[in-house]
Design a protein. Sequence first.
Length: 318
Amino acid sequence: MPFNQRQSRCRREAGPAMDVRQLNQFISVATHGSFSRAALESHVSQPALTRTVQMLEEELGVELLVRGSKGVLLTREGEALLRHARLAANVIDDARDAVLALRDERLRRVRIGTANLFNEIALPQAIAAIATAQPDLRFSVEVGLYDELIELLRRGDLDAVVTTDTAMTDDTGLTFEPAGEIESHVVAGTLAAASAMTDLDALRERRWAVLDDARMDELLSRVFADRGMKVPVPVVRTSSLGLLRGLIRSSDMIGWLPAPWAQSDLAHGNLVRIDLPELTVRRAFGVVSRRRTLSSALVEQLLDAMRMAVRRQDTGRP
């Protein structure tokens, strides 16, 4: 179709805006001065290249190329487009390189959310092991409440949340993988006369300090109410395991502590375990993550390292 007819059709029909593919193909034709050589480089057919140039000419309403005896020649408008197309191609290449660099940086960074429960359970050992094996890897750890951490995970601000299975969400976009098991016991400090606490009746009258967690209410209810006993009302609720341990250690209060958090104080006589079978609580813990993300491989490494840390702890290995 003659150019003036194509130009007339362009005025009647609004064509699509030029895109990156069209500009790159135009640059190739202009650089090689030949549709056939440009077709080989671009891995497209010669008719497809011809149609690409025609679409650009129709959109702009000008002639960009003319065929001469020595190949393809640029018009003044074609030369102007070529200059700007090369600039645009460079900008797009820079943008792609910048995004890929950020992606690669993210692939070398793990963003973990956790409750302070795991400050002394598997997670520190796992991070230390991975950091030693991969010195270029970077970690950021956000300590917070479960619901807040899960929201950050859904938004993509975290790669994984370390938590217990009882807190697992039903969100189908998330997955939970177990890493180990936490055992908790009711403990008392030296001021609590633990030797007198031989049954649940004695414990019911004691002052309790617990983690500020709905699961603690469920646990107290299961231990006492399910046996027809009045449920103790905790004197202190706190989100800090460190504070909870300090309160029990320095007062007559009692409460549940995860075994790793109580281990040292039990060994040194600062805490005493209330040894009633119904008070022992076991919960699985692991890693919640989004399905099929760029960071999935690193999350899997974290999970493997936590499992290894649990095995070392269970066998008493350093």
